[in-house]
Design a protein around this ligand. Structure first.
Ligand code: HEC
Length: 113
């Protein structure tokens, strides 16, 4: 391989690597946000529907930690994805943190907040 080809290959590998890292970061929520803020944000932005009025009742203890993880990963498929898109990434991390830490199989399961 000549030098130019090597450069192109290196650039391509780097490009693929960066894309994958970005995708992984977008898909995986970690419970390292602000739990208290998440609780507030969930009540304010989600519970208006998810108290059983316009959508299924959904509280932190409705799902297990694994179920919250997978829900957050594929929220683009939910009917309310527009509501999610209105929130910043950090808001969603905070909401996730609250729901995850009070999930059904967490040490402190919580209904209502
Ligand atoms: C305008 C009303 C509305 C708002 C606000 C809303 N949702 Fe939803 N959501 C729905 C509806 C309708 C569905 C689909 C039917 C159902 O689950 O009742 C749904 C589905 C879901 C589901 C999948 C249902 C399941 O059992 O897994 C999750 C999770 C969810 N919403 C979370 C949220 C979160 C988190 C927020 C706040 C960022 C939110 N929703 C805000 C109406 C809403």
């Amino acid at each position: 391989m000549n030098k130019r080809k090597t450069q192109i290959v290196v650039m391509m590998v780097l490009g693929i690597f960066l894309t994958l890292t970005a995708l992984a970061a977008a898909a995986n929520y970690k419970p390292d946000g602000d739990e208290r803020k998440g609780k507030y944000l969930y009540r304010k932005n989600c519970l208006s529907c998810h108290d059983g009025s316009k959508a299924k009742e959904l509280y932190a203890n409705t799902k297990t930690q694994a179920q919250w993880k997978s829900s957050f990963k594929r929220h683009e498929r939910f009917e309310c994805k527009k509501q999610w898109e209105k929130r910043s990434k950090q808001d969603l991390i905070d909401i996730f943190t609250y729901l995850y830490k009070h999930a059904y199989d967490s040490p402190q399961p919580a209904k209502c907040g």
